[in-house]
Design a protein around this ligand. Sequence first.
Ligand code: CMC
Length: 428
Amino acid sequence: MEDSATIRIGNDNYDLSIITGTEDESGIDVRSFRKQSGLITFDDGYGNTGSCESKVTFIDGDKGILRYRGYPIEELAEKSTFLESAYLVIYGELPSHDQLQAFRHRVSAAGVLPESVASVIEAFPQDAHPMAVLSAGIHALGTCHPDKISNDRVKDLAVFDESAAIIISAIRKIAARHHRFRMGLAPVKSNPEKTYCENFLSMMFSKTDNGEAVPPAVSKALDLIFLLHADHEQNCSTSTGRMIASGGANPFASLAGAVCALWGPLHGGANMAVIKMLDEIHESGDDGSRFILAAKEGKTRLMGFGHRVYRNYDPRAKILKGACDSALEALGVSSPILDIARHLEEVALQDEYFIKRKLYPNVDFYSGIILQALGFPTDMFTVLFAIGRAPGWLAHWKEIAESGGKIHRPRQIYQGATERVYLPLEER
Ligand code: CMC
């Protein structure tokens, strides 16, 4: 690969350097281009823009590769746990035994949900969307720790380990507390003796105030889902979190914003949309052919299919497809929509429309089926995505804070009205 590039505009040449990453991914460094030429580069939707250098996650979308800090997702899914992978994503290395113990302890010792956060959760209408409540809950949580939201990078970094543990611990408590509130049920106490997922499932679904035992297969299935969502480089929500962090805001603010960005159906909200789509197909008695036709005609989208980065099978979808069978068997439930999903995938992968556009199942295609079987209400699926993604958002906040980089501030090509004269109201 050359180490420089030249852009020619008319008779003028502009020399730009090439920046190369550790996996040989290269890009043209345009940072000096505006200064040299007076022009900006235009890339609507950032499909061809590298917004930062990062060491957290590597994706090769053509080959279907995903690695956290160099470790293949397949190997982590088989051998690691959510909390161990969270540590890896945030701190860059697999923890030693003692480091993992200390991290687990920090998370489990992060304490009960402050009453003021519970009050915020319960101030929302009972039918409020859980993503709105989650974002507000994280903000409220930050305000309970004024020493951790100074919005001074150096100070916030000094207490980052505690902030990260508080957020990772509390995010599932906010989710569970809201679920119980809207179901009209009393909250269940957190039990730090339980594993991360057992404790969460118990706070969600226990029939008694003190929490009941959770079958290991159930908590294992959820742990896998969280692990697979832990990071995914510069996606919409992570870029939002980084954008907020770049202005110097604290980790709580950065994560509350990332939660909002995740909410949309083209991003984290797709896991809800997949179940809605599969349920509709199931209820209509169609085998999915009509839905595929509508997607090809541009009337709808096959939710859980396609990805901005993957032009191949999303490796997380492959793992979850395999996990569906074992999870459903362990839970002793059957899912009629799993057969529909498999059929849709088979048909789509042989259809010229999907082949030509390189549209494959993404992480959301199978995750919702497992979450539904675990008993989570559909509108909580994106909250579960957020719980899994929290370590990634925190890792990116840390990366920005440590780099001390500039505020993120894209440019635009203005296409609005040119200068006009203001007419007083009576003359309009
Ligand atoms: N069903 C039917 N057609 C599709 C789909 C789909 N799911 N996705 C893309 N296309 C078509 C699209 O209509 C366009 O066709 P044409 O070239 O004829 O105009 C072409 O494929 C390229 O689409 P695009 O919108 O330019 O692609 P993108 O990279 O901007 O969008 C995406 C990526 C994920 C938003 C999109 O594939 C999509 O909307 N998928 C469904 C929603 C979904 O499952 N989202 C979850 C993403 S994975 C989890 C996460 O990281 O958030």
